[in-house]
Each structure stands twice: as structure tokens, then as C-alpha cells.
Design a protein around this ligand. Sequence first.
Ligand SMILES: [Zn+2]
Length: 728
Amino acid sequence: MKPTDFKHVNYLWDDEIANKLDAVERLRYRSNLLGSDQRITNTGGGNTSSKIKMTDPLSGEEVDVLWVKGSGGDLRTSTRANFASLYMDKFLSLEKVYNKAEVKGAKTEIEDAMVEMYRHTTFGLNPAASSIDTPLHGMIPFRHVDHMHPISAIAIAASKDQQRLTQEVFGGEVGWVPWQRPGFDLGLVMRDALKLNPNLKGLIMGQHGLINWAEDDKACYELTLTLIEKAARYIEQHDKGEKTFGGQKYASLNEEERNKLLVQLLPKLRGMISQKNRFIGTVHVTDSVLQFVNSADAKRLAEIGTSCPDHFLRTKIKPLYVDWNPQKESVESLFEKLEAGLVKYRSDYASYYEACKHPNSPAMRDPNPTVILIPGLGLIAWGKNKSESRVTAEFYSLAIEVMRSSEAISEYQGLPRQEAFDIEYWLLEEAKLKRMPPEKEFARNVVVVIGAGSGIGKATAHRIAKEGAHMVCADLSEDSAQATAKELIDNYGVGIGIGGTGVSSCGPAIGFGVDITKRESIRSLFEKIVLAYGGVDNIIITAGIFVSPDKVGHIPDDKWALTYAINATGPYLVADEAKTIWNLQGLNTSLVITTSANAAVAKQGSFAYDTSKAAANHLVRELAIELSPLVRVNGLAPATVVEGSSMFPRDRVISSLTKYNIPFEESESTELLRDKLALFYAQRTLTKSPITLADQAEVAYLLSSNKFSKTTGQIISVDGGLQEAFLR
Ligand SMILES: [Zn+2]
């Protein structure tokens, strides 16, 4: 088979690029190419290796070094730093240590203990940690090894007659080993298989994937692609067409109907599964997913669960499938079926835990499903953050492809429950979880800042993003909202995983335009947020308007109305629309409304602004009652934040400087003029220092956070201390 014949994989190798690279970089290059195609391997799945001759820094002699993708990371995005390096001779000598153990074999104590031993074989002080798959590479006596999780190979590996199929598809060039949890013993099993049959180019790993090898790296890459292509062609020849998954039982909803239903369903569902831990959702709807959820066999196949251990660590042992007729049944009946389905799911999960647990197993984890399948709608995945829920969506959609392929050529089978449990509750996995840093304060939360395009709103979005929030940046100016979201993505990364449809494929921050004087615009904002993340938690409103008055403090009537519409009615409309979603979710959260120190001080010069902010202060109190006990509502009352404020445009700054007889030059920059004004204002406060955006953002964050969990209906001034603005 020539690379130009490939139909099911893309041949991407380029000698011009590869030949300029050193041996380790060539491994990195090969890994990135393989990882870039979902049909070859999943996000974070699979590993690659090269045994490279290098000079030993200790002896100056040439030694063989095993470079192998280390623990964590992802082939598509791997850099040199993601590869561990081990002295080959030292690695091989570990077999003696292993053999000394009285009890050995898969899942024995010595097998887990071997993982720690790999560190003793490190070449070149490389800090990258070796993964549990290291022996799969080290024990194979060929220079280059690829271990992938290709859909077509897992389909064979997850079929009832996997051994026979391996022979039929590959005609003896690829062997087969039964399922075994990866570790030192599996490396030995593979080496033995190769000793028995030295002509083997690779192995199908039962219920798991593919491993293959070659003496040359480009040849290894080409072999990987060739084997995947062969399997995919065999599956294609047996495709069941319309009879796939037993044929279609239900029809899909169109996009408009689907989104309308999702907007009601997602917050409700999020609340149902988030009683213990809050989850972030991803909606994944492709033709292939719809074909599965609408099919006659979906119920049976969903119950079997996923096969590849990489997949089910995220998707859980099985998804929750809800048998609901999208054409004939009501939304209420969908909610009822979900409720009942979740009760059954949790009790199944607890039984699975009880039946499979060992005396030293970690405590039972959250028993809620992470994948929910609904006919007509598609797949909804849940995770502790956007990245994880996107990966979960990706993995189950890959599992669907595996089931389609396997059912085309044979009968699909899942991993035995005990084996699945021993992966899910593996003490090594538990240790990995325990090593992870504690979750940040706003992790698992969707925080909306309205007014995030500039000033206090932008500073607040940056402040809260630091605490791990999923940030929705909203602003009248969609461009500036998206610019803030982009800054956050640039800071924190877009995350991993390629799941998610439409707006749901977003990263941890997103920007939208909204006009808070219009209910429809606010409603549409919340609909988009729900589709993107599955719900809404904290909301902070910093949007406001100050229309410069004439000399006696008056502004035109239409500007008076606009001032009220933005400063007082706007926050009310936002709260009123959010209430529907908050009530569906039933999760505790908070609302912060930015008012102003002006609300408390009667003075001459700005009727509209001051009275609208006084109304906003009282709105805080009324909403605190209206939205209790679910939502805490507090006000943030800044004064004279001049720094970077859109409410202090150049002309307002100049008119203020003139009013207070502060000397300035027309040629000075706006920022410089603002600094002068800020210093002047500072002198009028008790603390005598300029009030910054960061000061406001810090209090917006604190009021939103659980640090203020017992405070509601209050206004906190951040004004440097203005005696006349004291609330009483
Ligand atoms: Zn694997």
C-alpha cells in the first residue's frame, strides 16, 4: 500500500522538515503528526518512542537512550519536554528487580512499584516523568515504537472475535495479545509474543489499541498509518449503511428546536448533577452522534459502556441514555425521565463500586454520569472545567465510532467491569489525582461580567479569571468584549480536547455583545452562555453611563431616560432574566451590581447619574430579598476611578480640571491628564491615595466569592474614604 492510496488517514511526513531535525526532534515531529488526527489517536492518548544513541555525560561513551513520551501531555502538542529519557541498559536491568518479587504479574504490588523505579534509569537529568506505558516501548527490541488508540484498531480490539479478526485483517503481520492493564508485565508479554513470532510488525492490544515498530522512524510512521488504513478499509467494506446501530428509531430536531430545548434543559440538568460538585457542560452534536442516539441499538450499546481505558476514564464506565421520543413526548416527560434515569445511574454506580472495590480502594467518587445521550438532541458531556468536558465529549464521540465499526464487523463488547474498576480506582491514578493542585476558588463556575470591555469590568474579568473561573465577557461593544476574552485565552490557554458544537466548542473565556436596556438582548446573551457552558453562576454588572450635564446639572430628557435605562433598569432586567436560569439550576451563587458613591451624596451638578445610582443601591436591597436564598446580591460603590475609565473621556477630564483650577497643557496625553485629576480627587479622601481599577476589581471579586458568603443586600464603598458618602 502506497501512502498516496491512503483514504482513512492523512500522510503528513515531510522529509524536508524531518531531515533538518536531530533524532529527538524527529520523534517529537512524528508524535505531533500522529496526534493531529483523531482517527489515529485521541487527545492525551497513545505514546511514541525512539531508542537513540547518545554520549553519556558521565563516561563519555556512546549509549542507547530510550526517549519515550512521558506521563501526561498530548502527542499533538508535545514538545521535547514531554519525553522522558532512560538509559536502555539500566531500564532492562529492572527485570531482575521485578523477578525478585514473590508475587508478580498484572496488577500486583511489584508492578505498581516498578513505575517509581524508572526514575533511577533517567538519562541526562531529564525531569519528565515516565508513564506506565514505558515498558511497552522498552521491551520491544526495535528502535522505534508507536502505540496508538485508532478507532479502526480499537474496533477490532473491542469485538467479540478480536483474535480471529486480527488474523483476517492483517494476515499474520500483526499479532494479538488479550486485554491486560498496562504495566511492566504487559511489556514482557509483548516481548514474548515477538520472540515466538519474530516476523510480527505489531500487535492488536485487546480492548485497548495498537502497537507497532520498525528500525527506521519514517518507516514506523508509515507502518502505523498503513495498519490503521488496512483496518479502516476492512470496516468500510462491512459498513451496514442504513442498518447501522439497528436502524433509526427517532428523528433529530432541527437546530432551532434543539437550541430552544437545550436552553431549558441544560441549567436544569446541571443543577441535577451538580449537587456534590459543580460541572461545566459541552454540547456535542454531529451526524454520527445523532445517528447513534436516535438508533434502535443505542440503549443496548450505551449500557455496555466504552472500551479503551483512555476513553472511559473520562466518560465513566457508561453514559446515561434517556429513551425519550423527541417527536411525541413533552419536555416535562424528558425532565421526569432524566430524573429517574439519574437516580438509577447513581445506584448502578454505587453497586458497581461495591461489587468491585478492594480493601484498599479509594473512596467512591462522584456517582453522576459525565455523558448524557438524548435522542433528537445529541450528546451532553460534563467535566470539572471546559477542557475536561470537551475531552469527554470527544472521547464518547470516538467511542461511538468504535461501536459503529465493531458492530459492522462483529459484535461490540466492553471491558469487564472489574477490569474497568481496577483502572478507574487504580492507586497510581489516585496518587496522580492527589498530586494535583487544589481547585481554585472559581473553578467549576461560569462568571459573567457585563461591562467587561473596559474599565472596572475588564479589570474584574482579569481578577476573577485568576481564580480559575470560566469567564463570560459581555459588553455593549462586542469587539471590546471579545478583545478582553482573547486576552484571557492568551493568558490561560484554550485548553485541550476538540469536542463541542458551535458556541459550545469555546475555551475558558468567551466574549459577547449585549445591550442591557433591551430584555431581548439580555435573554439572547444568557441563551448563548447556557449553550456554551451549560449554565450561569456569578454575575457582576459594571456597565454604566455618565452623561456630562450642562452648567446647572441638566441633561436632555432622552439622555435622562438612557441614564436610568442603563444604570437602574439594566441591572434589574439582567437579574430578572438570570433568575429563570438560576431557579432551574438551584445552585447558590451571587450578583454584584456596581453603583456609585454619588448615590449617597446630595450635591449640585449631576441629577440623572446620582439619582439613577441611588435607585441602583435600593435595587440591590430589593433583589437581595427577591432572589434569596439562592443568590446573594451586593453593591459595589466606587468613586472617581479615573484610570482607564470610559466614563472619563478626555473632554470630561478637561472640564473637571478646569472646574477645579488644576493647571494642564492641551498637548498632554489623556492618561497624563487623568493622573492629574486622580491625584486631585485622592486629596479629598481619607486615605489620600488614588483609587485604581485594581481596587475595584478586588472588591468585586471578594463580594462574588464565598469569602462573603454571609453578606447580602449590602453596598460596599471603594472610594478612598469619603466622609459625606458614608452609608447609614
Ligand atoms: Zn494506550
